[in-house]
Design a protein around this ligand. Structure first.
Ligand code: GLN
Length: 473
């Protein structure tokens, strides 16, 4: 119905339609798109009730900045008194005790939360096939994956089941599904958005980011979510700029764009390479300086990422022991039995694989060889970005090596699955802000994403260029 919040809001303000109409429209689409399996819970009645409250506020001119914006939230983010499954059997009936700061800030501005979206178990995956509640399907081709781990959130926006959704990005889980589903997905700088209420996977990597159909809506939502929060000690005390009003103006001649000359290009689909080159050509002809940069250690990103995130995950996931909350195995004789059986029954194969891997790289005999070494490589990757950003303002590269692959194609081959993250993990290792925007289709009619990475806390630069490309290219 509406691809753009500003247009919707002006129609809400003028009384052309009501927030209740908007909610009904999205609920009908959720019902129509049930086979895509994008939602794990839908708050039908509650969303309509909230909408009617919002309508009153709009009439009284007391409505917040996001009044009537219908939002879906990935099911790793807490919403008080609502189930928080994390796509896992181990938390099947668990209800959250509080609301995540990022979600609360949207609610405080009168956004309407319509439901929780499906995802890979504990956000571990690139295809959404690791959810205990079934795979999510790509709306462009139901035999293909939507990407992961925030696949449900990407599909919810792509299939018009909400206006905006929230996902989480630890190694690409917002940008990769955005690319595969033809929508915009943004990963903020680490520390820009509070992680309070986000179920931890790899705490030094985890970020919360929005999906939308355009950059303007991403900027607005980010502006509301971002900023210091006393409940997250890694959240940075730094002023939040006015992203939504800053992104419109751009001075091409003042911007230098980097293209990575030593990017690992093995397995890069030709149409993705060609489309990326086309965008670069377009920028060049419109006055942008294009300059090659090197990221010499980026080729180690996947290895480094999978050592460090599994190490952090093995520690974070130790809390699911059947004792305090979540699934508890029925017939265990000792506490240890209960712990082992609850975890054996509650976790899926990918989560178990990562816990094992993480425990291994942290174990006494291997800590130096794997964990410590990977931490050093992480520092080098960060340094690579710092060096590159002395030369250029922004870096452009593909988001993914291929467009959406077939459901089942990679599930038995973790290495080939992990390689899907080849272009996204480096900015999680370094913490830099990055976005994926849709820039075209391959020969089978599947969406192609382009990634833009910026300096730490230069969300504005990233959003500006993204907006410019989407509007003009
Ligand atoms: N696909 C990556 C992984 O499996 C990224 C996950 C994420 O960003 N949450 O770890």
């Amino acid at each position: 119905m509406y691809n753009d919040y500003a247009v919707l809001r002006s129609d809400l303000n003028s009384g052309k339609l009501t927030a209740v109409d908007v909610v009904k429209y999205y609920l009908a689409n959720i019902e129509k798109g049930k086979h895509l399996n994008a939602f794990l819970s839908v708050f039908k009645e509650e969303a309509k009730e909230t909408a009617s409250e919002v309508d009153k506020k709009i009439k009284n001119c007391t409505a917040g900045r996001l009044a009537g914006m219908v939002v879906a939230v990935k099911d790793v983010l807490s919403l008080k008194n609502k189930t928080l499954t994390c796509g896992s059997k181990i938390l099947e009936n668990f209800e959250a005790l509080y609301t995540a700061t990022a979600v609360q800030r949207l609610i405080d501005e009168d956004a309407i939360i319509i439901g929780k979206t499906n995802c890979d178990e504990f956000a571990m995956g690139s295809s959404n096939e690791n959810s205990a509640y079934g795979a999510v399907k790509n709306p462009y081709d139901h035999t293909r994956v939507p990407g992961g781990s925030s696949g449900g959130s990407a599909v919810a926006v792509a299939a018009d089941m909400c206006m905006v959704s929230l996902g989480t990005d630890t190694g690409g889980s917002v940008r990769q599904p955005a690319a595969l589903c033809g929508v915009v997905g943004f990963k903020p700088t680490y520390g820009r958005v509070s992680r309070f209420g986000l179920t931890a996977f790899a705490s030094s990597f985890d970020t919360i980011g929005p999906f939308a159909k355009n950059v303007q809506d991403i900027a607005l939502v980010l502006e509301v979510m971002a900023g210091w929060d006393e409940k997250d000690s890694t959240c940075v005390k730094k002023e939040v700029e006015n992203y939504s009003s800053a992104i419109g103006s751009i001075n091409e001649n003042e911007m230098t764009i980097g293209i990575v000359s030593d990017l690992p290009s093995e397995g890069l689909q030709k149409e993705i390479k060609d489309t990326t080159d086309k965008v670069i050509g377009f920028l060049k002809s419109n006055g942008y300086q294009i300059k090659p940069v090197e990221l010499p250690h980026a080729k180690y990103s996947i290895q480094t990422y999978y050592i460090l995130t599994t190490a952090e995950a093995s520690s974070n996931l130790a809390r699911y022991d059947g004792a305090r909350y979540g699934h508890r195995s029925k017939d265990s004789k000792t506490t240890e039995d209960m712990n082992v059986n609850s975890r054996t029954e509650g976790f899926g194969p990918e989560v178990k694989r990562r816990i094992m891997l993480g425990t291994y790289v942290l174990s006494a005999g291997y800590y130096d060889a794997y964990y410590k070494k990977a931490q050093r490589v992480r520092r080098l990757i960060k340094q690579d970005f710092e060096n590159a950003f002395k030369e250029v303002d922004l870096i452009i590269m593909p988001t993914t090596p291929t467009t959406a692959f077939k459901i089942g194609e990679k599930i038995d081959d973790p290495l080939s699955m992990y390689l899907n993250d080849i272009f996204t993990t480096s900015s999680n290792l370094s913490g830099n802000p990055s976005i994926s925007i849709p820039v075209g289709m391959d020969n089978s009619g599947l969406p192609i994403g382009l990634q833009i990475i910026g300096r730490d806390f230069d969300e504005i630069g990233v959003l500006k260029l993204a907006n410019y490309i989407m509007r003009n290219c």
